[in-house]
Design a protein around this ligand. Structure first.
Ligand code: PMP
Ligand code: GLN
Length: 402
């Protein structure tokens, strides 16, 4: 087999996707969605909704195409979308970023993360602190930048971080503390004590805080999302990332954004403009329309998600799995340890083939080698209630055979 040089191997290894013989694997989401299609399983794995987003948003995209919004938008993003992001930040959080200098539009949160990490990291002396389990692209991008990932565990069953452990991991080598809040895969929202400790440590060690807030509108029980950037001392050192995919059930549109201090945004733009230059033109005004929807839309979105999350949680427990009740997001984590599961990835493959349901092993979100999450599986609630119910019927039938 020919040896292909280059940084691809670092990315694959960083994300734990390089096999012993040096071959790369697809991401867990690609693997599990392909398995769901091949086995006709109920796909509660990859987090994408099975219903369309709001008509106003879909119509705005069609309208934009008809109006000829089909050429390159500005590299920073459509000016009206940047304005809509600024209005949204003010309306929900009281933040006032300048749309001209403090916001850029990206190809999803994924490109935002890649641009930020490639832009702010520079080689093996730079470290990024993340909570583990963590979203898969973090490790891949940190590895591409040639930097080091340092992890702080979120332990089952409550997934709360140990702040002393956090303080021990953040050092003068820490360039970035990367916080996903609300958190995928655990479904937790961080509390203010944790947020303030992150800010204190970032100040002490002169690190940048990067937040990934793509589940900002999916907190249950009437809880409001509090971006770290709203906490005292945070705004001047925080880059906040979000996207329209989860909020408007348009995960395939890939419209995201970064907001923060102008000098940091400029550094991120320096990389972003050579990744995609600009995002997809007609979807930008459509997401702007979404961000301006009335509160009733956002309330209904989270109400529906909480409803299916409840069906999911009840179903998981009925199938003899222990669950952690999420504060929000698309996801619920369940422990299959009582069913003698010791390898969640194997369990998920067997569950798809023999049980007709797909979940995502938490091991796919772990890069430290720590095995404490080996019996945990993430299930997604972002499907129609009858689909989640069917998935839970199948799960209970399968676990009854174990
Ligand atoms: N961050 C987290 C935590 C996610 O769950 C996802 C995937 N939905 C992303 C980033 C990527 O978002 P996007 O699809 O907007 O690129
Ligand atoms: N964010 C989605 C999830 O966590 C997956 C997106 C992807 O496939 N990269 O399920």
């Amino acid at each position: 087999m020919r040896t292909i040089p280059g940084a691809w191997r670092r990315a694959a290894r960083g994300a734990g996707l390089l096999s012993a013989d040096g071959a790369p694997s697809p991401t867990i989401f690609a693997e599990m969605s392909a398995l769901a299609a091949a086995t006709n399983a109920v796909n509660l794995g990859q987090g994408f909704p099975d219903t369309d987003g709001p008509a106003e948003v879909l119509d705005a995209a069609r309208d934009a195409i008809s109006r000829g919004v089909n050429q390159y938008p500005p590299g920073r993003g459509d000016a009206d979308l940047r304005l809509a992001v600024a209005e949204h930040q003010q309306r929900f959080y009281g933040l006032t970023p300048d749309p001209a200098t403090e916001i850029i539009i990206t190809a999803g949160a994924t490109e935002a993360l890649a641009s930020v990490l490639l832009g702010l990291l520079d080689g093996p002396d730079d470290e990024v602190v993340v909570f583990e389990p963590h979203y898969d692209s973090y490790a891949a991008c940190v590895a591409l930048a040639g930097a080091r990932l340092r992890t702080v565990p979120l332990r089952w069953p409550d997934f709360r971080p140990d702040l002393e452990q956090l303080a021990a991991v953040v050092t003068d080598r820490t360039r970035v503390i990367l916080v996903n809040d609300p958190h995928n895969p655990t479904g937790i929202a961080f509390d203010d004590e944790t947020r303030d400790e992150i800010i204190r440590l970032a100040e002490q060690h002169d690190a940048i805080i990067v937040t990934d807030e793509v589940y900002e509108h999916l907190l249950f029980d009437g809880r409001a999302h509090h971006p770290i950037a709203t906490r005292p001392g945070a705004a001047e050192r925080t880059l906040s990332i979000s996207s329209g995919g989860k909020t408007f059930r348009t995960t395939g549109w890939k419209v995201g954004w970064v907001s923060g201090p102008a000098d940091l945004i400029e550094a991120v733009l320096s990389v972003k403009q050579f990744l995609t230059f600009s995002g997809s033109a007609p979807f930008q005004p459509a997401i702007a329309a979404g961000l301006r929807l009335p509160d009733a839309y956002f309330d209904a979105l989270v109400g529906d998600m909480q409803h299916t999350a409840r069906i999911l949680g009840d179903g998981l427990r009925a199938a003899w799995l222990q669950t952690h009740a999420p504060d929000g997001t698309y996801f619920t984590v369940a422990d299959a340890g009582a069913l003698s599961v010791r390898d969640a990835h194997e369990f998920c493959r067997a569950l798809a083939v023999d049980g007709g349901v797909v979940g995502i092993p938490l091991t796919a979100f772990v890069t430290s080698g720590d095995r404490q999450w080996n019996s945990l599986v993430r299930f997604a609630a972002c499907k129609r209630p009858e689909v989640v119910e069917e998935g839970m019927r199948r799960l209970a039938a399968y676990t009854a055979t174990l």
